[in-house]
Write a protein that binds this ligand. Structure first.
Ligand SMILES: Cc1cc2nc3c(=O)[nH]c(=O)nc-3n(C[C@H](O)[C@H](O)[C@H](O)COP(=O)(O)O)c2cc1C
Length: 462
């Protein structure tokens, strides 16, 4: 039996199961049983083909997804483990390194060690980029130059700059407010504060360019502040709430300003296209209050973002604090988690289908696909098929990259992934984050992260 669905509180029989497939034929049989479909191909060459987007050359279509390590210094500079992580990712051969959530103001940090880019840390961000480019060249030769995009964020509802929640919310949310015990009197971020926040995003984009990054990402996903604005249907008397025009205003204006005020930067957005929270609480949702996606607004937004100069979208889904199975299908729950009602293959099929529909509606916008780590050694077969069909231009990996930072090299050199090096979707990386530690793969990078996991589980976060 599944745990009650967090959105509907309904308990239904669960189709959830752990990964147990030894061949693509077994995966296909399970898909047939569930009346689902995923594309597959044996030809992984689309993953290794170069790309040109926004005046940048990408050596291949493999992308490391943004993943917070919670390992910055107290003033937001990347510290030793962050440097190590990006050196490993860069040496691992992915053509696109989409780097983790980096706060634009201190009150926006999701934890006291979240990266924060400002005048005093810009030189360390520059050093990190130089180190990772050197690691890439040393591993794959001078011609292999991955593109680097730095994700700029405001954690909004999930801000925790001093280690305890200090939510900054754009609207009151019936499903989410109780999680932080927020009553109706809790103040919303004002329009004036949002206007000033736009300036901070633009200033931080300047700093990212100065530090040498190819691009920035305005993070509008996972129910952080800008994603919350997209779903601010009930925000009243505000130029940032209510109508579609108002809800997309912040994102559209920031992108437009960066395009003109910080020329030369590649501009991306990690964009939630399906919040999996019923209307009027979620973006990309059917208006009948069901959990069905309605991509009308996300598609129109992507068209407008393209006109405003956005170069690339990294697709995002759901909310990792509320319904993590939507984008991070797992075998093992993080503590306090729930058994989802749907099979992990169903979550993946939903993400793949949404990518397909978005690509077909806005083919001019390059997309990064995500949420495929649960597939383990079968990830390349699905990702390559999506690329072959044109449904995405890059295949992103999150947890699989933490477990196996050199997965791209394995594909380049051996044409396949090694199952014993891959992510087992045990949720330990997420667990460390929740417990307040520095995060990474407890299973495949255990010398560093198993002791951290143990310490944090026994309530002694470092
Ligand atoms: C430890 C951890 C940290 C993450 N941090 C971020 C982040 O900073 N920004 C972001 O957009 N997504 C973040 N994500 C989500 C991943 O980018 C990715 O979308 C997700 O893990 C699903 O992909 P996967 O199945 O390949 O893991 C994080 C995920 C994990 C596991």
């Amino acid at each position: 039996m599944a745990d009650p669905d967090p959105a509907t509180n309904v308990r239904i029989p669960s189709e959830h199961e752990a990964f147990h497939f030894r061949s693509l034929a077994e995966v296909q049989a399970q898909l047939d049983k569930l009346a689902l479909s995923l594309p597959f191909t044996d030809d992984i060459s689309p993953l290794l083909a170069p790309a040109e987007i926004g005046g940048r050359h990408f050596p291949n279509r493999l992308c490391i997804q943004p993943m917070e390590g919670c390992d910055g210094t107290s003033n937001g500079a990347p510290a030793e483990l962050a440097m190590r992580r990006y050196q490993r990712f860069a040496a691992g051969g992915s053509g696109l390194l989409w780097m983790e959530a980096t706060a634009v103001v201190p009150e926006a940090r999701a934890n006291p060690r979240q990266l924060w880019l400002h005048e005093e840390t810009v030189s360390e961000f520059a050093r990190m980029r130089e180190m990772l480019m050197a690691a890439a060249a040393e591993s794959l030769g001078e011609d292999h130059q991955p593109v680097t995009i730095l994700q700029l964020t405001h954690s909004g509802r999930y801000s925790k700059p001093r280690g305890i929640p200090e939510p900054i919310i754009a609207h009151h949310s019936a499903p989410l407010d109780p999680r932080h015990d927020l009553g109706s009197e809790y103040l919303l971020i004002s329009d004036e504060e949002l206007d000033r926040l736009q300036d901070r995003f633009v200033e931080t984009a300047h700093l990212a360019r100065r530090a040498g990054y190819d691009g920035i990402d305005i993070k509008a996903t996972h129910r952080y502040l800008i994603n919350e604005l997209l779903a601010s249907y009930t925000r009243e008397d505000s130029k940032y709430g209510g109508s579609f025009e108002n809800r997309i205003r912040f994102l559209l204006e920031v992108i437009g300003r960066i395009k003109t005020e910080v020329p030369g930067l590649l501009i991306g957005s990690r964009l939630n296209v399906y919040d999996a929270l019923p209307y009027p609480h979620g973006f990309g949702m059917a208006r009948d209050g069901s959990m069905e996606p309605d991509l009308g607004e996300p598609i129109e937004l992507i068209r407008r973002l393209h006109e405003a100069g956005l170069d690339i979208i990294n697709l995002g889904y759901g909310n990792p604090y509320y319904n993590p199975h939507v984008e991070r299908p797992f075998d093992t729950l993080a503590s306090g988690g729930y058994i989802p009602h749907e099979h992990p293959l169903a979550s993946i099929a939903t993400m793949v289908e949404i990518a397909r529909e978005i690509h077909e509606a806005v083919p001019e916008m390059p997309l990064v696909a995500t949420g495929l780590s649960w597939l383990r050694q079968f990830f390349p077969a699905v990702a390559a098929a999506m690329l072959e069909q044109g449904w995405c231009q890059f295949a992103g990996v999150g947890r699989l990259g933490l477990a196996c930072p050199d997965f791209a090299r394995d594909l380049i050199e051996c044409g396949k992934l090694v199952p014993t090096k891959l992510c087992i979707t045990c949720s330990s990386c997420t667990q460390i984050m929740r417990d307040g530690g520095r995060t990474g793969c407890v299973v495949r990078d255990r010398e560093i992260y198993a002791p951290i996991y143990q310490r944090c589980r026994f309530r002694d976060p470092d």
